[in-house]
Design a protein around this ligand. Structure first.
Ligand SMILES: *[C@@H]1O[C@H](CO)[C@@H](O)[C@H](O)[C@H]1NC(C)=O
Ligand SMILES: *[C@@H]1O[C@H](CO)[C@@H](O)[C@H](O)[C@H]1NC(C)=O
Ligand SMILES: *[C@@H]1O[C@H](CO)[C@@H](O)[C@H](O)[C@H]1NC(C)=O
Length: 262
């Protein structure tokens, strides 16, 4: 019995210690812990580092060193470096790369990143990665999906149409039949500010380069006092708007909106 009490007590203390450890981390580390940074190496040369776009990031900076293992000296010799700051988004990512840097198996990468938020600079601790096979981007390791069906254009088109159909069926199975093609741009006093709902929706989509082809898939539009609603031709079209418009459009999916408020 005593030992059980002891055990429970020490578990509780351990949890407390963990919580305190987190609480005692400096603010900047708690802040930077929430960003996942990805590192990928290419053959024969190239390194890329990125993190997803976040409203908390104004500038993303990287301080990265690559060292060669050297058995005769104690640590790696840091003979390559990449120091870059960027505030430009590429495909929804803060993306830093050096196509010329050669990184090989067995090298060590040491890096930390910086984030500016509200003009304040936060930096992470230094992290180390041993370069093993998993860090390399190798197309041959990737599975072959429909893009491998090149060659015959006709077959490729049929395949794409078939996949679209499959996807929509799967989506319906996942989200249920209440899934809709409806989207909504919130805009206070929209009925006073917007003269032509269709023009408004189409021009909002047109402003995002990746969404231009979807302008013709807008089926209906309507004005509400707090925004402009519209319906896309298919569910997939709706998901494209949500996915490709992320970070560019403050568009609302009624389906997930209703789920969240339930
Ligand atoms: C390892 O380190 C020693 C001493 O710093 C140096 O002389 C040698 O060239 C290094 N070897 C390699 C493979 O970099
Ligand atoms: C990136 O920004 C940080 C913080 O402002 C600065 O200390 C560093 O020198 C910058 N690095 C480059 C390569 O501009
Ligand atoms: C919306 O209209 C009301 C009434 O005319 C006005 O008081 C309010 O400031 C407007 N809001 C915006 C964001 O324009």
């Amino acid at each position: 019995m005593r030992s059980l009490v002891h055990f429970i007590l020490s578990l509780a203390l351990m949890r407390l210690a963990w919580a305190q450890e987190d609480a005692h981390l400096p603010d900047y580390l708690v802040f930077t812990k929430q960003f996942a940074v990805h590192v990928q190496v290419r053959e024969p040369s190239g390194i890329m580092v990125w993190t997803r776009d976040s409203p908390l990031i104004e500038t993303f900076g990287l301080e990265l060193y690559v060292g060669r293992g050297n058995h005769s000296s104690r640590g790696p010799i840091w003979d390559r470096q990449l120091l870059v700051n960027t505030s430009v988004l590429v495909d929804g990512k803060f993306f830093i790369h050096d196509d010329g840097m050669v990184v090989e198996m067995g090298d060590t990468i040491r890096y930390r990143f910086m984030v500016t938020h509200k003009k304040t600079l936060f930096h992470s601790n230094f992290r180390r990665i041993l370069v093993t096979d998993h860090l390399f981007y190798r197309p041959k390791n990737n599975y072959c999906f429909s893009q491998c069906l090149v060659g015959d254009q006709q077959v490729a088109h049929e395949e794409v149409a078939h996949l679209k159909q499959l996807l929509e069926q799967k989506i319906l199975q996942c989200v249920g039949t209440q899934a809709s093609e409806h989207l909504f741009f919130p805009l206070e006093n929209a009925s006073k500010l917007v003269a032509d709902a269709e023009l408004y929706v189409k021009s909002r989509l047109f402003q995002v380069e990746a969404l231009r082809p979807l302008v013709n898939s807008v089926v209906t539009t309507y004005l509400a006092h707090n925004g402009v609603g519209f319906r896309m031709y298919t569910l997939l079209d709706k998901f494209k708007v949500l996915e490709l418009g992320q970070g560019y459009l403050d568009v609302i999916d009624f389906d997930s909106f209703l789920e969240e408020s339930n």
